[in-house]
Design a protein around this ligand. Structure first.
Ligand code: AMP
Length: 489
């Protein structure tokens, strides 16, 4: 059932959570669809709203896309069997702006005069609305409300000769963060934006090239890791081998530091560093900067565990599992409404009361965004009888929204944008609250302090220093009408 409404909707410009996604592709392997499904399963933490795979069998493209988890959509042999071919790409998606509808589920697919083209995108384009308005004015008809479709239209109208050159032409007209994987009749293409904001790695399984968001997607297959795709690099995989292009001129890496803090899986190695070891080092920095006298160090599971291990080792205080997590509930943050998010925390965590009673507790988590999780956890720990509850956070205060593909709400919903640290402590109900400094975070991640004139990471969520222009927001165009069609259920 579809309904047409005259209400303006803002598919990628409102205050709802933004997408954070995972991409995967394999070229030249008889089990390409099955491998892609497994790779996406390993990347499930990057998005649980929807998933899709497009394969190519040398004559025809095959597609299966659906809402929900990878296992729910690609768990059956018959679905994988229908995705024929030696090459496939796939995507896991976190919803953007409430538009969780099938026509937005990636990979998106288009038929050009030169053949088929499928594309999967992790990131967020910052001038998509502006470019889309221009394209609509000249007659382009958009099928989805996804910013990624802008790239397809720019390819379609490019005057360049080959698909690769058209894609380069298209990407030269957009701003934003993107790690893309695309599949054409004769190539798989991986590309990272010039700042390399989102991760992308190159690997191989039994000689077949693989492109994935994170190394954990290689590990699940027993595939070897070759290297990171470099910022601003395009890798073109064909029967002739792997070609590396640098189509955007010189680039300067501004990898998203929040991938280390929260988003990437701890067993992944990103940009040469183990995520797990990095999180432990952040915890150690946190202890050096903010340690408080306490009887036990308790992580908010699972996201606070590595930092709590590092904090406990550095402070010499015992690490205890004072909160137990039920693993059969999705991430709290993923739930669509604040009301459900509250419920999600209760569903997901329970205090280990016998261990906490009468104790001075230091709770460790990776970040505070809205402050909902922390408030509920603190209440739970107090109700379990803790004598004191201190909270230490393994990232600086998240005071600015991300426009480059990590899900953060609008600024006025960020606790750190509304309160100073004392106000935040009062809001979440702790005896004390402290965050690792931005310099401390840099030391843990790169063994160097932050160079304010030339930071080596994108840390905009903490610093407000946005390396890529926010074209749509500067022009106020995020409030313009973008889609008149709302699809029901
Ligand atoms: P909140 O209740 O909004 O303060 O949520 C903060 C919690 O959500 C933290 O403990 C993180 O583990 C987790 N988190 C932080 N950033 C994100 C994100 N972009 N997407 C999903 N979960 C997140």
């Amino acid at each position: 059932m579809m309904r047409v409404t005259t209400m303006p909707t803002r598919p990628f410009g409102d205050d709802k959570p933004r997408e954070e996604c995972g991409v995967f592709g394999v070229y030249g392997h008889k089990d390409s669809a099955a491998h892609t499904a497994l790779g996406l399963h390993a990347l499930q933490h990057r998005g649980q709203e929807a998933t899709g795979i497009v394969s190519f069998d040398g004559a025809q493209f095959h597609s299966h896309r659906g809402l929900g988890l990878v296992g729910d959509n690609f768990g059956s042999a018959s679905v994988i069997g229908r995705l024929k071919g030696h090459s496939a790409i796939g995507h896991v998606r976190y919803s953007t702006s409430g538009e969780t509808i099938l026509r937005n589920v990636q990979p998106l697919f288009a038929e050009f005069a030169s053949g088929g083209f499928a594309i999967a995108h992790n990131g967020n384009l910052t001038n998509a609305v502006t470019v889309r308005d221009r394209l609509v004015a000249r007659g382009c008809l958009f099928q989805s409300t996804s910013d990624t479709e802008v790239i397809i239209h720019l390819i379609a109208i490019s005057h360049r000769a080959t698909v690769v050159d058209r894609l380069i032409d298209a990407l030269n007209q957009i701003h934003g963060a993107y790690s893309l994987v695309a599949l054409t009749n004769d190539a798989m293409i991986g590309v990272r934006d010039p700042f390399g904001v989102r991760p992308l790695v190159l690997g191989a399984i039994e000689g077949a090239p693989v492109i994935a968001s994170e190394t954990c997607a290689l590990d699940i297959l027993g595939a070897e890791f070759i290297r990171d795709v470099a910022p601003g690099e395009m890798v073109v995989v064909t029967d002739g081998g792997i070609e590396s292009l640098k189509p955007f001129g010189p680039s300067r890496s501004r990898f998203c530091i929040f991938e280390y803090v929260y988003f990437s899986r701890p067993d992944s190695t990103v940009e040469g560093a183990s995520v797990y070891e990095t999180r432990k080092r952040i915890g150690a920095e946190l202890a050096r900067e903010t340690a408080v006298s306490a009887d036990m160090v308790v992580p908010v599971p699972d996201s606070g565990v590595p930092a709590a291990i590092g904090y406990a080792a550095e402070s010499g205080q015992p690490f205890e599992l004072g909160i137990i997590r039920n693993h059969y509930v999705g991430r709290t943050f993923i739930e669509p409404t604040d009301q459900i998010r509250h419920l999600g925390v209760k569903l997901k965590h329970n205090a280990n009361a016998p261990s906490l009673a009468g104790k001075r507790v230091v709770l460790i988590d990776d970040s505070i965004v809205r402050g909902i999780t922390a408030t509920k956890i603190v209440e739970m720990v107090r109700n379990a009888g803790a004598a004191e509850v201190h909270m230490r956070i393994a990232s600086p205060p998240t005071a600015h929204s991300c426009f480059y593909g990590v899900d953060t709400p609008a600024r006025d919903k960020l606790l750190a944008a509304r309160h100073d640290i004392a106000g935040m402590a009062a809001y979440i109900g702790v005896d004390s609250l402290a965050f690792v400094s931005l310099d401390g975070l840099y030391r843990a991640v790169s063994a160097r302090r932050r160079d304010a004139a030339a930071p080596t990471y994108c840390d905009a969520c903490f610093s407000g220093d946005y390396p890529i222009p926010l074209v749509d927001h500067e022009g106020g165009s995020d409030s313009r009408q973008l889609s008149l069609l709302a699809e029901a259920g």
